[in-house]
Design a protein around this ligand. Structure first.
Ligand SMILES: [Zn+2]
Length: 333
């Protein structure tokens, strides 16, 4: 195919989560909470006409699915801004400075005034039904070995759903889960890959699969999930998958299989409660061209603010597990 003759023009949109301590429009922590859920907020999101009087076509389509969203509320990571009971605060300074620095590094023009715009997004990825965006740079460029690449704009934008984000799981994805458990994660994955994606969940225990299957059916997601009663160590059928997620005791034994089944750029994620498991898994990951190999742990210590001073709480959520992430690359870097 002669792309030049066709006049084909391609663009790329790159998203990068900023490593800020607080959220973009409130003072809550942006980290993932591992504490018990304090409250669940149930919500239906509806499309409304924008400033120009039109309803966004994508939002109108999303509304047809008539979904009810459940948001977990945690004491340090949620406030009345997310609940829409309080207007958004001014933009987080740390995030703004990073975004401006990136815009300058990409040779962008910085607008004289930065305005927060919002667009209707009702796929559940944010609680308010709006996604807020600030354009911080325009008309930039990047020098590369293949020439100058133009940068149309740089935006500072809200994002959410961190676990799902670390693996960039999205509608239409093919995801393999090793270890069905009760089906809780299976449900979250199935909701994300719907309407046209699929989750294949392996477990070697029949009783686990039966419980998970029951929960999936209760959630009305059976169309998007296929269970396989099998020890995945003997191999999996799927090829060219977007992500593989494991919650098993010996994830390192499945790294070779994961490598073989992931597409280039596909994501590996494993949940383990012990450091020894993480060490073995990462060692095995490094035998392959996996990149962006990193491990996350969340610790949480509440501060008690008293009249006479401030001290840490006696109780601390000290440990839950480690999340190991990696991405399949073409060659070792
Ligand atoms: Zn908040």
């Amino acid at each position: 195919m002669d792309y030049k003759k066709l006049g084909l023009k391609c663009g790329i949109e790159i998203h990068q989560q900023l490593d800020t301590q607080k959220k973009l429009f409130c003072n809550c922590y942006s980290r993932l909470s591992k504490e018990n859920v304090k409250m669940v907020l149930k919500r239906r999101l509806r499309p409304v006409a924008g400033e120009l009087g039109d309803i966004d076509a994508a939002a109108a389509f999303e509304a047809l699915k008539n979904k009810e969203f459940h948001y977990n509320v945690y004491p340090m990571e949620t406030c009345t801004v997310e609940m829409d009971s309080e207007p958004p605060h001014p933009v987080n300074q740390e995030a703004l400075e990073i975004a401006l620095q990136i815009a300058l590094m990409l040779n962008c023009d910085i607008p004289d005034e930065l305005h927060v715009m919002r667009k209707t997004v009702i796929d559940g990825s944010n609680t308010s039904g709006f996604q807020r965006t600030v354009i911080v740079g325009l008309n930039g460029f990047l020098e590369t070995s293949s020439g100058k690449v133009g940068i149309t704009n740089v935006c500072l934008e809200e994002d959410s759903a961190q676990i799902i984000m670390n693996c960039s799981i999205k509608p239409g994805d093919k995801v393999v889960e090793i270890g069905s458990g009760s089906g809780a994660l299976t449900i979250a994955l199935a909701k994300t890959v719907a309407p046209n994606g699929k989750v294949v969940s392996y477990d070697k225990r029949k009783d686990f699969i039966e419980i998970a299957q029951y929960n999936i059916e209760k959630a009305g997601l059976e169309k998007h999930v296929e269970f396989k009663l099998r020890d995945a160590k003997n191999g999996i059928d799927e090829k060219n998958i977007d992500s593989i997620i494991m919650d098993i005791s010996q994830p390192w034994e499945l790294v070779d299989i994961a490598w073989g089944s992931l597409k280039i750029g596909g994501y590996f994620c494993s949940y383990s409660p012990l450091i020894s498991q993480v060490e073995k898994t990462v060692k095995k990951l490094r035998d392959h061209p996996f990149v962006e190999v990193y491990v996350l742990e969340t610790l949480q210590r509440e501060m008690i603010v008293l009249e006479k001073g401030v001290r840490p709480s006696f109780n601390m959520l000290g440990h839950t597990g480690y999340l190991t992430f990696a991405r399949k690359a073409l060659a070792k870097v």
